[in-house]
Design a protein around this ligand. Structure first.
Ligand SMILES: [Fe+2]
Ligand SMILES: [Fe+2]
Length: 182
C-alpha cells in the first residue's frame, strides 16, 4: 500500500506477483538468519504485507476480475475456478507463515523454535505460488486484455484504486469464503 497504482491493470497485477515472490524470498532468508531485531523487522514486514497488499491483490482478482471474466470462454471459466481453489489452499499455508512471523516479530528469540516451520512454509508456498502465478499469467491476465471492453478495464482500475484508498483509512477487503472456491 506504499506505492501508487499503475494505470495498466495487468501490469499492476504482475507487479503484485513480483512483490509476493520477493516476500517469500525474504521469509526464506529469515529462516536462515540470526534472532536479531532485524529479523523481527523482517517478520513484521511479512505480516504487514499479508494483511495489506496481499489481501488487496486477492480482492482485485476475486472481486474485480472474476465477475467480469466469467462466462466468456470455458477455458477462462475453468482457470477462474482453479484460481479460487488455489487462493483457498495457498491461504491456509500463508496463514501458517503469518502466524510464525507474528511470533518472531514480537519476540525474535522464538526464531530458533520456529525456524523449521518457517522454512517448511516457504518451501511449500514457493512451489504452489509459482504454479499459481504461471496459471494466472498465462490465462487469466491475458483474458483481461482479450475479453474485456476498455470500459470494463477502467472499472477494474477504479475498483483497485478505491480498494487502496479504503485500505489507507483502515478498511481492508474480507477474504472470499471457501464456499465460493469452486
Ligand atoms: Fe495473482
Ligand atoms: Fe491469485
Amino acid at each position: 500500500m506504499g506505492r501508487s497504482l499503475r494505470r495498466d491493470v495487468v501490469e499492476e497485477l504482475l507487479l503484485a506477483h513480483v512483490e509476493l515472490r520477493q516476500l517469500l524470498s525474504l521469509a526464506g532468508s529469515l529462516a536462515n538468519t540470526s534472532a536479531t531485531t532485524a529479523a523481527a523487522d523482517a517478520a513484521r514486514r511479512i505480516c504487514d504485507y499479508l494483511d495489506g497488499d496481499y489481501r488487496l491483490h486477492l480482492a482485485d482478482e476475486e472481486q474485480s476480475l472474476r465477475p467480469r471474466l466469467l462466462g466468456h470462454h470455458a477455458v477462462v471459466d475453468d482457470a477462474l475456478a482453479v484460481m479460487m481453489r488455489d487462493h483457498f489452499r495457498i491461504g491456509a499455508t500463508l496463514a501458517r507463515l503469518q502466524g510464525v512471523c507474528f511470533l518472531i516479530a514480537n519476540e525474535p528469540t522464538t526464531l530458533h523454535t520456529h525456524r523449521f516451520a518457517l522454512d517448511q512454509a516457504v518451501v511449500e508456498l514457493s512451489r504452489h505460488v509459482e504454479r499459481h502465478h504461471a496459471h494466472e499469467e498465462s490465462i487469466v491476465f491475458p483474458a483481461v486484455r482479450r475479453l474485456l471492453e476498455a470500459e470494463q478495464v477502467e472499472q477494474v482500475h477504479q475498483e483497485m484504486v478505491s480498494r487502496r484508498l479504503d485500505a489507507l483509512v483502515g478498511v481492508l477487503p474480507s477474504p472470499e469464503r471457501p464456499a465460493t472456491a469452486r
